[in-house]
Design a protein around this ligand. Structure first.
Ligand code: NAI
Length: 302
């Protein structure tokens, strides 16, 4: 089979001035894509700004013979999102691929978290995903083609101490994907979510250097590049990865228990008495949309 290439394709990678996003941008450009390297260039906690992070990655791509343009806008505003997409249009004429990757951290235990810490993290990860994706997808719809990636995290999908703001935002992007995949199903626009793992400035104080050497940011790129390729026909799924391990992960439900007859009232005692059956995930299934949950209730509804 032929190599996966991106010749003629235009990609936007947000937060591509460092870490995992930088590797996506470099690898996409190495395989022929024209890349908008967006990065606000601030600190890990979202403070400050600088043009140097995006500029440096653009220089690296150009030095390797690729094509790239820098953008320094904040993903967390509608104006920033519009400018990022406009940078792609002005420099390369269109948008085929959007990788929502920019991120910050403001960790604090739930009881100590401030409103500012909550708002900032939700703004960058969750509102930022909306602000950039809306103008990008508008163009993709007009062109009849697109590939979009949202970046979640195991902290949101499964939980992590001190990250209720980050975890909420990271589950939130799954919610955006779940809606968008339905709204764009009839176009050739595939939307997926990834939960990466890598040694970067975001994780350097929780992962030791020895393990960090094996959690290289570039190990996340092959999955993201495949999902962003023309070949990929998967949409609306979540993939977790790190160090060369790749797996689909999903929100699932079990068969559950049909109690009563949809007419008589059901008691809390009946919930208690059926607890094992209600909690049994042995026959777990993911769902393509919220309406598919009705299939479980059918014995009661029909
Ligand atoms: P990083 O801190 O190395 O890179 C993030 C980049 O985003 C930085 O260059 C930063 O300047 C940029 N950025 C931050 N706020 C921005 C804004 N408002 N607008 C534009 N750019 C902005 O972090 P890393 O590790 O590369 O993370 C990339 C993504 O992967 C993030 O969304 C992160 O939450 C996610 N992630 C990372 C994990 C890891 O193990 N490193 C684990 C799970 C998720």
């Amino acid at each position: 089979m032929a190599d996966i290439r991106f010749d003629g394709k235009v990609a936007i990678v947000t937060g591509a001035g460092a870490g995992i996003g930088r590797m996506y941008a470099m690898e996409l450009a190495a395989r022929g894509a024209k890349v908008v390297v967006n990065d606000l260039g601030g600190a890990r906690d979202g403070s400050g700004a600088s043009t140097s992070a995006a500029d440096q990655v653009v220089e690296e791509i150009k030095a390797a013979g690729g094509e790239a343009a820098a953008n320094y806008d904040n993903v967390a505003t509608m104006e920033g999102g519009a400018n990022i997409v406009q940078t792609a249009v002005d420099n390369f004429g269109k948008v085929d691929i959007l990788i929502n990757n920019a991120g910050i951290l403001r960790d604090r235990s739930f009881l100590k978290m401030t409103e500012e810490e909550w708002d900032l993290v939700i703004a960058v990860h969750l509102k930022g995903a909306f602000c950039v994706t809306q103008p990008a997808v508008k163009l993709m719809k007009e062109n009849g083609y697109g590939r979009v990636i949202f970046t979640s995290s195991t902290s949101g999908l499964y939980g992590n101490f001190g990250q209720c703001n980050y975890g909420a935002a990271k589950m939130g992007v799954v919610g955006i994907m779940n809606t968008l995949k339905l709204e764009l199903a009839k176009y050739d626009i595939k939307i997926n979510t990834i939960a990466p793992t890598a040694y970067s400035r975001m994780t350097e104080d929780i992962i030791d250097e020895k393990m960090g050497a094996k959690l290289r940011p570039q190990f996340n790129s092959p999955m993201v590049l495949y999902l962003c390729s023309e070949e990929n026909q998967t949409t609306g799924q979540i993939f977790a990865m790190g160090a060369g391990w790749y797996a689909r992960t999903a929100i699932v439900s079990g068969d559950g228990a049909c109690i009563g007859d949809a007419e008589r009232d059901i008691t809390p005692e009946e919930i208690r008495d059926n607890w094992d059956k209600i909690g049994d995930l042995a026959n777990d299934k993911p769902h393509d949309s919220g309406t598919s949950i009705f299939s479980y209730m059918m014995p009661l509804l029909s």
